[in-house]
Write a protein that binds this ligand. Structure first.
Ligand SMILES: [Mg+2]
Length: 139
């Protein structure tokens, strides 16, 4: 398998079949931020996205955010997300350390994790190298 090929593609995070992922034994969903949870540099999340994250938590998933954005504490969308979910900014994707650190914090092994993001060279490559199930958002 090419390390740049995602296990699945979706047009939006709202189109992913999370029930199926749960059935596969996945227990954590990691989301990229820009062009994944929101638009290019979202200042806030849409109500539909907030609802989805709540729903995933209710389904039994741990939800985490892994972004390469450099600004953390002054960025309102990051502050809001970090109040509810494990979040790493300046995550250094595709390096392994950011993925492994947030999953350790969430107490879920890579084999039971899903990474959803829009960039092959950061989100998909980083996930695939660790055996994290990768989903590429291709709008
Ligand atoms: Mg992105």
């Amino acid at each position: 398998m090419s390390l740049l090929r995602a296990r699945e593609q979706a047009r939006s995070i709202l189109d992913v079949d999370y029930e199926r992922l749960y059935g596969l034994g996945k227990r954590a969903v990691l989301f990229d931020l820009d062009n994944t949870l929101g638009g290019r540099r979202p200042a806030e999340l849409s109500p539909a996205v907030k609802e989805l994250l709540d729903h995933l938590t209710q389904m039994g998933f741990r939800v985490g955010i892994l972004t390469n954005r450099r600004i953390g504490t002054k960025d309102p969308v990051i502050v809001d997300l970090a109040a509810k979910y494990p979040l790493r900014y300046r995550a250094g994707k595709p390096r392994k350390s950011g993925f492994l650190e947030i999953l350790a914090q969430m107490d879920v092994p890579p084999s039971k994790a899903v990474m959803i993001g829009d960039r092959l060279l950061t989100d998909v490559l980083g996930a695939n190298r660790l055996g994290i199930y990768s989903i590429h958002i291709k709008a």
